[in-house]
Design a protein around this ligand. Structure first.
Ligand code: SF4
Length: 227
């Protein structure tokens, strides 16, 4: 449903999301823009780019990969999909569906598109000041780590810098059914290690503590391992 409240009544994060929805910077990207909404959170999840179902359903990770992703979080951290969406800010490297390749599968966003969309991410780092960032999939991981090889980064926690801030980074593999990596060893064990780190991270644990509640109101990046 379209939010018709006057701009003057919106919070800075709500204004940001409204401007994001109106973005038309990339000619080849399909509309509408997909956003997880103005969730005030210290935990920032960054996906790659929406598929063809997300623009129709109006939220990120709305189809089969999302089912897997939310099952991971439910099993490892005891938080339902609804709770996760209400408590974690869900961003992406690109917020629009890039379209299909002629050979099948989704088109990979261009460098220019990634650069265009990083301005939105930069604003979100400034507004939210996240202390835990969870990049999902190689494209998202590669925005922060020079070596996005999954078996070298999944299961580890990094102290990262990016967008003018320092934060903890716990990468996850993409939950797409097209990749068997997370279903086979060592991927399965490394994924469990990563989810275990997310569960005990203070920023995430604060979201899942009994007193927590939903907080939704009306080439510059390198990292070093910390554990
Ligand atoms: S991909 Fe990002 S920058 Fe490009 S049109 Fe969509 S929201 Fe705007």
């Amino acid at each position: 449903m379209t939010d018709r409240r006057p701009a003057a009544t919106l919070s800075p994060l709500e204004k940001h999301v409204r401007r994001l929805h109106a973005c038309r910077r990339c000619d080849l990207m399909h509309k509408p823009v997909v956003s997880g909404g103005p969730v005030q959170s210290k935990v920032l999840l960054i996906g790659q780019a929406p598929g063809d179902k997300e623009p129709v359903l109006g939220r990120p990770f709305a189809w089969t990969a999302g089912k897997t992703l939310f099952r991971w979080f439910a099993e490892a951290t005891g938080i339902s999909e609804e709770q996760f969406r209400a408590r974690v800010y869900m961003a992406a490297v690109c917020r629009c569906f890039p379209g299909k390749k002629e050979t099948g599968g989704d088109r990979v966003p261009t460098r220019e598109e990634i650069s265009n969309c990083s301005a939105w991410l930069e604003a979100e780092f400034s507004l939210l000041k996240p202390t835990l960032v969870i990049p999902v999939g190689k494209l998202a991981i590669g925005q922060f780590l020079a070596e996005p090889r999954l078996d070298r980064v999944i299961g580890r926690q990094f102290q990262a810098r990016g967008f003018g801030r320092r934060f903890d980074l716990i990468p996850l593999p993409h939950p797409s059914g097209a990749s068997p990596w997370h279903r086979m060893e060592p991927g399965r064990s490394l994924l469990n290690e990563a989810l275990g780190r997310v569960a005990v991270h203070p920023a995430y644990a604060a979201l899942t503590s009994p007193g927590s509640r939903a907080t939704t109101p009306p080439d510059r990046r390198r990292a070093a391992p910390s554990a």
